[in-house]
Design a protein around this ligand. Structure first.
Ligand code: FAD
Length: 414
């Protein structure tokens, strides 16, 4: 496959863009693979990519019931940060954040990683204490964050009102190398790299059954026929419960729709990401100028992959006190995605009761930031049978009561 470069862009411009190749192949499934990954979202594709890149396992199919990145990966608000409280979380999220720094070069695909900085506003005394604690924990974990004053918040975000009557800004947890990336590009970049390694990315191919013999996986049934495999990775976010039911086991997980909306495009006015967890909204400005606004989850479990009307008013109302200028903005569109939430708000990366079946899920409202790190760790787990980054995130923790409580960092939408 030809490399993308400044030279290639100039060459194609000179010949009216007639020489670009397809970014990835569209193959039909083979009868059998060493590894099948269910789900061509970011996590599934990153797992496949690292299986090939780190372990030379390339007889791999990634099966997607819809289109590439059409799940949460293409629906999220793209915040990337690693300022979590617990050590196992900081390890995997920081690994991920650091992989984002070089992802465009590694994949030879511009994922538009923009380390513009992320502020989590402290708007109650409880939040001040919580974020100061996180900043101390991050210092010990080697994750660069700092607790900043309200004045520093105002300096970074001139459009903010720090003197709100209900929730004044009392400070913020600031991660200068956090930021955003282009969500579709992350999926497309991984798909192109996987396809180049000889893997088959197969869209419109829904897995309908998981075949087992003697407690071991032997293959899957799909809408494109039966396919055999020796190892199976289930990486389907909001559909995890449904798919593991096909393998005969249940997950401690709930599925719920998470909401977002964007405004009309306006001139550049905010060059950092701001999260206001008390009022429950967060905002960044896209390169096109739209204000990208994240809301909360629907108040009930559901599989409805669409926007909920009541969230528009709820989210915008919540943010107006802190960002009065929003009151004069027109909203352009809204949408929702089905996220998978665990009780301790931490993911599951684990072997399962079925030999050869591995599960990667439970990233809930915040797994975009984790894509490269999760792929790296999941590939190690599937290739070697264990990974230092996934050890604490196993399914067994729910039996043993060894929860990784991230309700402060991840019990919110982002
Ligand atoms: C509105 C919203 C905002 C968000 N904001 C952020 C944010 O700012 N920062 C952040 O870090 N995270 C955010 N998230 C969370 C993040 O999007 C997810 O955690 C992450 O994208 C999950 O990726 P994934 O690859 O696991 O899942 P997905 O991208 O959902 O991919 C799973 C894929 O599996 C496929 N699938 C399901 N069942 C089958 C089957 N039977 N056969 C074949 N394929 C199947 C689906 O079609 C889907 O494409 C947000 C999520 C939403 C919805």
């Amino acid at each position: 496959m030809k490399r993308y470069s400044a030279f290639a862009i100039a060459r194609e411009a000179a010949r009216y863009h007639t020489g670009w190749e397809r970014a990835w192949r569209a193959p039909e499934p083979k009868a059998s693979y060493d590894v099948i990954i269910i789900g061509a979202g970011g996590h599934g594709l990153a797992t496949a990519y690292h299986l090939g890149k780190n372990y030379g396992i390339t007889n791999v199919a990634i099966l997607e019931k819809g289109w590439l990145g059409g799940g949460n990966t293409g629906r999220n608000t793209t915040i990337i940060r690693s300022n979590y409280l617990q050590d196992p979380s900081a390890a995997i999220y920081e690994k991920s954040r650091s992989l984002y720094e070089t992802m465009s070069q590694d994949l030879n695909y511009n994922v538009m990683f923009s380390p513009r900085g992320v502020i989590m506003l402290a708007q109650t005394h409880h939040e001040v204490r919580g974020y100061q604690r996180t900043a101390h924990a991050n210092a010990l974990q080697g994750v660069t964050t700092e607790f900043i004053s309200p004045e520093k918040v105002r300096e970074l975000v001139p459009i903010i009102n720090i003197d709100g009557p209900r929730y004044p800004v009392l400070g913020g947890l600031w991660q200068a190398r956090g930021g955003t990336a282009r969500h579709d590009a992350v999926a497309w970049g991984y798909a192109r790299a996987c396809s180049e390694m000889g893997m088959d990315v197969i869209q419109k191919c829904e897995v309908t059954a998981i075949r087992r013999e003697g407690g071991k996986v032997v293959g899957v049934d799909t809408t494109k026929g039966a396919i055999d495999c020796a190892r199976l990775g289930i990486v389907v976010a909001g559909h995890s419960g449904d798919v593991t039911a096909m393998a005969g086991f249940r997950l401690p997980i709930e599925s719920v729709a998470l909401q977002a909306l964007v405004s009309e495009p306006i001139k550049p006015c905010m060059d950092v990401v701001v999260m206001a967890n008390t009022v429950h909204g967060y905002m960044s400005q896209s390169d096109k100028g739209e204000m990208v606004i994240g809301g909360g989850t629907d108040g009930y479990n559901n599989y409805t992959q669409r926007g909920s009307f009541h969230h528009i008013e709820e989210t915008v109302r919540a943010l107006i006190e802190t960002f009065p200028m929003i009151s004069r903005l027109k909203m352009l569109r809204q949408w929702g995605g089905i996220v998978d939430v665990t009780g301790d708000r931490s993911p599951i990366l684990s072997k399962t009761p079925v030999e050869g079946v591995f599960i990667n899920c439970g990233w809930g409202t915040g797994g975009f930031k984790a894509i490269p790190g999760s792929g790296w760790a999941m590939a190690e787990l599937m290739a070697k049978g264990h990974s230092p980054l996934t050890e604490e995130f196993s399914l067994d923790r729910f039996r043993a009561g060894k929860f990784i409580d991230e309700s402060v960092a991840a019990g919110v939408a982002h």
